[in-house]
Ligand binder design. Structure first.
Ligand code: SF4
Ligand code: F3S
Ligand code: FES
Length: 249
């Protein structure tokens, strides 16, 4: 005799969100709880949208791509940094606590200004190819040959989506606001390896050869543990540190 499978009743989720509007002098950080029914394949992105649409239209959070590409939905999920659009509620307990990423300017609730931080870091570390010959636009020179292994390595480092999870997960970055973090050191490694970049070892050393760069990293490894793109950040930092030590000799 065939038995009809009994479908499990959907869970009732309790989502606690740290709320604060820094632009409102009367606002103080506090948790607010929302209950909603879990749906099939529900992500935190879907859950937060449902809360905003049906329970509280004033809730602030950031999303663009919903596919783990734009890096805008980073937040603290039950104490750990992660991307809300790539986090399924079924992988979390029934009670979910959400907070904004620390280390960035708070815009409101779960929305932080990672863009301002990343722009400041990029300007400081000059994260673009420095090459005199590129100032004369010549397509043959722009399209130089590169060994496939090296191109693959650069591509790997370029997968960073600037989500800020490595900064939120790093004790050094939380204590020292000048620390460029794993995201910055990853960028420097990327341009250091690029044969089109004409900067010398000494010039790279000037950028990150102190405690705001490679020598500030205490190898806490939170960056690598919570990078949603699984970038080998600790390896890059160790590589850069060895190069910096050799340059300083
Ligand atoms: Fe996000 Fe990883 Fe890039 Fe850090 S290195 S910003 S965690 S993608
Ligand atoms: Fe921070 Fe990662 Fe270094 S967590 S201390 S940048 S290894
Ligand atoms: Fe783009 Fe999550 S919305 S990474």
């Amino acid at each position: 005799m065939n038995t009809i499978p009994v479908s499990e009743a959907p869970r009732s989720l309790l989502i606690r969100i740290l709320r604060h509007n820094p632009c409102d002098p009367d606002s103080a950080p506090h948790f607010e709880s929302f209950e909603l029914e879990e749906a099939e394949a529900m992500t935190l992105f879907i859950a937060l949208n449902e809360i905003r649409q049906t329970l509280d239209p004033s809730l602030q959070f950031d999303f663009v791509c919903r596919a783990g590409i734009c890096g805008s939905c980073g937040m603290i999920i039950n104490g750990r940094p992660g991307l809300a659009c790539r986090t399924l509620t079924r992988d979390l307990p029934q009670c979910i606590t959400l907070a904004p990423l620390p280390g960035f300017e708070l815009i409101g609730d779960l929305s932080v200004n990672t863009g301002k931080w990343m722009r400041g870091m990029a300007e400081r570390l000059e994260t673009w190819v420095h090459a005199q010959h590129l100032e004369r636009v010549d397509i043959d020179q722009l399209e130089q040959r590169m060994e496939p292994e090296l191109a693959e390595k650069l591509y790997e480092l370029e997968r960073c989506i600037e989500c800020g999870c490595c900064i939120a997960a790093c004790g050094t970055a939380q204590m020292h606001e000048d620390f460029v973090g794993a995201v910055g050191l990853n960028q420097v490694t990327r341009f250091h390896l690029d044969p089109r970049d004409e900067r010398s070892d000494a010039e790279f050393y000037q950028l990150v050869g102190d405690e705001t760069g490679v020598f500030g990293c205490m190898t806490l490894l939170g960056c690598e543990d919570y990078c949603p793109k699984d970038l080998p950040l600790a390896t890059q930092i160790a590589f850069l540190r060895r190069r910096m030590v050799a340059t300083a000799r």
